[in-house]
Write a protein that binds this ligand. Sequence first.
Ligand SMILES: *[C@@H]1O[C@H](CO)[C@@H](O)[C@H](O)[C@H]1NC(C)=O
Ligand SMILES: *[C@@H]1O[C@H](CO)[C@@H](O)[C@H](O)[C@H]1NC(C)=O
Length: 258
Amino acid sequence: MKAISLIFISLAVIATVNATCADANATAGQGGTCFCNAGYYGTSTDVSSGGSCKKCPTGATSPASTTSGTLKSSCTCIDTNAIPDITYTLCLCNDNYYGTPTSSGASGCTPCPTGSKSFAGSTTVTQCLCGDFNSVINDAKTACQCKANYYGTPTSSGPSGCTKCPTDTTSTIGTTALSSCACPDTNASLNTANPPVCQCKANFYGSPTSSGASGCTACPNGQIAPAGSSTNVCKVASTSSTYILPIVSLLFSLVMLI
Ligand SMILES: *[C@@H]1O[C@H](CO)[C@@H](O)[C@H](O)[C@H]1NC(C)=O
Ligand SMILES: *[C@@H]1O[C@H](CO)[C@@H](O)[C@H](O)[C@H]1NC(C)=O
């Protein structure tokens, strides 16, 4: 008797498990009710008449349901940096990422360079836009840097962190310091005035030109002049201050110690 009951129970279980669902994308679960398979969402025809299980967007999956209809939000993109598109047919790289989402392994969506942003669905780094309007993405595509002829550190929003180089001076992309804004005369550099102006570098004298040959003449060999010298004030470097004085001081200190 017991054995016969067991056989019947077993058959009933098998019948339940094997119950075919009208919805090909559903499988019978609790109480023989059909629920959506993994990778599908919605309600099967068996749970709600006329309902059906719809496929998650390409690149997204959902767990198999055994107790209730599967919510649309149960479909998650396999690429964790992606989101389903508005038509719910495929996955797109999320806001501030670019690329093509993958369906396995490493993400196909790369974060935008530091200081830049993009809209969901961006596929190339050129769609990442720097928050600082005076900055551009660097060659290595790693961060926004001040554009040519500007210097500083870009901000990600609000007022620009990049300032224009002083009149006539130039800079390459990524210049951070004012002192790196180059004077047209290669033997001149900016002084510390406000606003700074070009002056002859140390060991040169004269008036910088704005193009062509330098207006700054080098001091004769072995002679020095301070930066900003407009006339020939070149002179032989005094050795007393550079070498003798420290030696005298050292000897004096030693004598005092004894
Ligand atoms: C099951 O899903 C496939 C797509 O995966 C679809 O073509 C088919 O129409 C679905 N079947 C039903 C009964 O909805
Ligand atoms: C700057 O000075 C150096 C050294 O005297 C000289 O060789 C060079 O030609 C100068 N630069 C220009 C642009 O004249």
